[in-house]
Design a protein around this ligand. Sequence first.
Ligand code: URA
Ligand code: CA
Length: 434
Amino acid sequence: MRMIDIIEKKREGNALTKEEIEFFIEGYTNGSIPDYQMSSLLMAIFFQNMTDEERADLTMAMVNSGETIDLSAIEGVKVDKHSTGGVGDTTTLVLGPLVAACGVPVAKMSGRGLGHTGGTIDKLEAIEGFHVELTSEQFVKQVNELKVAVIGQSGNLTPADKKLYALRDVTGTVNSIPLIASSIMSKKIAAGAGAIVLDVKTGDGAFMKTTDDARELAQAMVRIGNNVGRKTMAIISDMSQPLGRAIGNSLEIVEAIDTLKGNGPEDLTELCLTLGSQMVVVGEKAETLEEAREMLLAVIEDGSALEIFKQFIKWQGGNEKIVDDVSLLPQAAYKMEVPASQDGFITFMEADEIGTAAMLLGAGRATKESEIDLAVGIVLNKKVGDSVSKGDSLATIYSNREDVQEVMDKLTQFIDIEATKKEAPPLIYEVITA
Ligand code: URA
Ligand code: CA
């Protein structure tokens, strides 16, 4: 087989065979196919697209390019959730215990990463003693008995994707539906997911800026998953304003606890119920989304989801008393209010910029070397559609520095107040089940 023939075949708009796809993924991973040929093929894919069959084959070829996590010792369908990334997205912290309480095993491998706040692991490490260094035996035992565990990223998963993503980044080929969809799905499958639920965000704070693009990506991923034997569902949700109210590591732990108690922000609660319903269905614990939703509401109501969160903290070495006394979490030295400059209605809150404001306080990493301050962040006291009077607090800044002028300015600039009311955008645009 020759790479030049594969490039020409795709350039002419023909579908590649499974063998051809495996050939270039293997060759590119082991270095026998050079960057210039791979770049050319990526650009051909960008313009000529891929069939459903090619997308499925590409995904599995990337899965098989490195190690995979074997979760077969865990009973039941292992369901993983993926979000394309948002600001103040506290859903993972809530969904783990919530669906575990319905009997769905959550075997989560998670990372730290760069961003407005830390990743799920950083947030959990705001809890004194909490750690994610579990042996695979401990991990399996915990998921079997408690139904939820989080472990740090390990192993050389999907090396083909890492190398391809870096190349796409410098060759103008990131923004291709078949390439994005296979990239995301290969990582979930390599991490052991038996079923997958996807939260594709749309809006200014999201990777997919329009609902049409988000829909195309969501449908592509749902088809890939189902074509490779992993039940997959997706939703398209709004990320034009931050989700929930808290943006920051320990602040989001508090928000997750509130939500598990049934007192969380409306939007975060609704998103967790929607995604959670899909997880319970693909995890084969309910037949319909409606039945699943009833189960989720019941485990919030009777306290069992919160109890699992407590046990989960305890099993992983953390102080579970924080659940009943959140003042045991890291506390910021200063608390400052951001006053409304006029009477009116909140018409816009730019998610990305508000996230950056939280990062400026130290809630997230700007570079891999940055240290996170787990105590700091922002709590939004108003959301789009709310009315305000001059002087009302729009947001509370939690800081360990006294000088927060830059953050104050950013929040004032990116929270718009106008005289006429504007309805909040819908939270969930679409639910894609097949
Ligand atoms: N996120 C991914 O993991 N892969 C892509 O290709 C784009 C976004
Ligand atoms: Ca939040």
